[in-house]
Write a protein that binds this ligand. Structure first.
Ligand SMILES: [Fe+2]
Ligand SMILES: [Fe+2]
Length: 216
């Protein structure tokens, strides 16, 4: 969970650090695609938690409402995230308004980052009900996600491009060694311009953010 939350933090940082400097229509078009993928990542994660993980935790712990605080935190950023989705899917690049985008982005990021931080100790506290039960609930959720339909041209580059292999505290998902190569040489091709905004390469190496302003 920490690895996925950290991926969301990195993607959100990349969005936050780069949007204000965009001026060219082609860059804005690519950025909107990147934001759509960010939305899909955040929405999908929380949707699956609510649908599978939280209900499984309630069932095995026998504690009804045990995840209500996390659920309430989801609701706190839901509306802003929905407006973000509407904007990044419907905005034509030539109509892009960075002040409108700023207002929407800032309307939910505090609630989102608070939740991403606080859900981890909430899950750690569930250890008293059996860590292996939580692991099973997590594995079941992951299986359902992998069994579902995914656009690999969006999910894979966005996801891998948010993993940092140099950050030792992250336990990276155990994917086969060739997946980053497939991503780099094939799946990144369709929306190539969008991955310029990623914080890392498909191989998990942190990279320069081309539109971020660097303090000298
Ligand atoms: Fe989570
Ligand atoms: Fe959550």
């Amino acid at each position: 969970m920490t690895c996925i939350h950290n991926a969301m933090f990195r993607t959100l940082n990349a969005v936050t650090l780069q949007y204000y400097q965009l001026t060219q229509v082609t860059d804005i078009a690519d950025f909107l695609t990147y934001c759509q993928c960010f939305h899909e990542m955040v929405h999908s994660h929380h949707h699956h938690e609510e649908t599978y993980l939280f209900t499984a935790i309630e069932a095995y712990s026998g504690q009804k409402g045990i995840m209500d605080t996390s659920l309430a935190q989801h609701h706190a950023f839901e509306e802003g995230l929905e407006r973000f989705k509407e904007y990044v899917y419907s905005c034509k690049p030539e109509d892009w308004d960075r002040e409108v985008f700023k207002g929407i982005l800032e309307s939910f990021t505090l609630a989102l980052t608070k939740h991403l931080r606080e859900e981890i100790p909430t899950l750690l506290a569930l250890d008293i009900y059996g860590g292996e039960k939580l692991k099973k609930a997590w594995d079941d959720m992951e299986k359902r996600i992998l069994d579902g339909t995914m656009d690999m041209y969006r999910v894979l580059p966005c996801g891998l491009g948010s993993l940092d292999v140099t950050y030792a505290k992250d336990q990276l998902p155990p994917f086969p060694f060739f997946v980053p190569y497939m991503c780099h040489y094939w799946y990144m091709r369709r929306h190539r311009g969008a991955w310029r905004f990623s914080p890392c390469t498909a191989f998990g190496k942190p990279k320069e953010l081309p539109f971020a302003v660097v303090d000298k």
